[in-house]
Design a protein around this ligand. Structure first.
Ligand SMILES: [Zn+2]
Length: 336
């Protein structure tokens, strides 16, 4: 698949309001500039010199100058909760006006706010290259298996298969920075679920769910899904089950590209790697034939969702106005 096809696949699958193309255009326009950059040298697949690897830093920047386009809500005031980055930030500690501004962002999750945090543009080529590399892994082992792939397996596959290619030091640094960076910096307040990047899902702990390409953790998740199907009907389908850190990483990086490097906006729609409850049993359900709308608030209008809401034993992870930094997700079933 060439780059253009890859991009088209990437963006047509999305339901975003704003096009994701300009970041890619900007990158090609900037390639000359970047050639002189001390940080990223696009002529090489790795960083220019050994010492740059040690000095690599995930440096989100704040673009206060971004002007809201027509129809985009008024930018929210900047929330600066972290005086000391070592002290964990609690949403409950926010002033009322800050909560209001926070909720405005969550309700308009796909809008761009002046206080949004962006990935430093110098790392955009690395973001693209790493995401494409992960796409090659996924294509090679298939979507189903990729849901379960561990970090170590990813490395191994890169080494073993020339069509994937070995992961370079700068890509691995980048992946680690994304995993270990505190997402409070860009406005995501959910809990860290997996502490280690090498955490993995044991194969004997999961069950393959027929006709979905997805897996569920045996026990509570599998039982709950079967019960929902029994009570609501066969129109209900698993749309995403258990997801490894590598899978979540790929989804998050793709979301960051789609959001033109706006990490705040990306994380309002998708938990950063290590923070997804899909790693511990949560799953997404949809209605057969409802397509991409299964992942929009419209899902809450379907008869299937209405039934689910009345069952009494089903809870959703991200209700409206939740304080975890993620939009309303009526499709995302919570496991206790
Ligand atoms: Zn989900």
């Amino acid at each position: 698949m060439n780059k253009r096809e890859f991009l088209e696949g990437f963006f047509t699958a999305s339901t975003v309001t704003f096009g994701g193309h300009f970041m890619w255009q900007r990158i090609s326009q900037q390639s000359l500039l970047l050639a002189n950059s001390p940080i990223v040298d696009p002529r090489n697949t790795t960083l220019t010199a050994g010492e740059n690897i040690a000095s690599f830093q995930f440096t989100p920047i704040e673009l206060k100058s971004v002007q809201p386009a027509e129809g985009i809500p008024i930018p929210a005031p900047v929330i600066t909760p972290e005086k000391d980055p070592n002290i964990p930030f609690e949403v409950a500690d926010l002033e009322e006006v800050q909560v209001e501004s926070y909720l405005r962002k969550i309700r308009n999750f796909d809008a761009i706010f002046a206080s949004d945090i962006y990935l430093d543009p110098r790392y955009e080529p690395l973001l693209l290259r790493t995401t494409q590399h992960l796409s090659r892994v996924e294509r090679h082992i298939g979507h189903g298996h990729f849901n379960l792939m561990s970090f170590d397996e990813m490395l191994q596959h890169g080494r073993d298969f020339s069509q994937i290619g070995k992961f370079e030091a700068d890509e691995l640094n980048f992946i680690e920075e994304v995993f270990f960076a505190n997402p409070h910096r860009y406005g995501f307040f959910g809990k860290k679920i997996s502490a280690e990047i090498t955490d993995f899902i044991p194969r004997h702990d999961v069950a393959k769910i027929a006709n979905t390409g997805h897996y569920l953790l045996r026990g509570e998740s599998e039982t709950l899904y079967k019960q929902i199907k029994k009570d609501v009907g066969n129109e209900v389908i698993l749309t995403s089950g258990v997801r490894s850190i590598v899978k979540q990483m790929h989804l998050f990086l793709a979301k960051a590209i789609e959001a033109n490097g706006n990490l705040s906006r990306a994380s309002r729609s998708l938990a950063p790697p290590g923070h997804s409850y899909h790693g511990v049993g949560d799953f997404d359900i949809g209605k057969i034939g409802y397509g991409a709308k299964n992942f929009t608030a419209d899902f809450s209008k379907t008869a299937e969702y209405q039934k689910i809401a009345r069952l009494g034993y089903v809870d959703i992870r991200y209700p409206t106005d939740n304080l975890f930094g993620v939009r309303f997700e009526p499709w995302h079933i919570k496991i206790t």
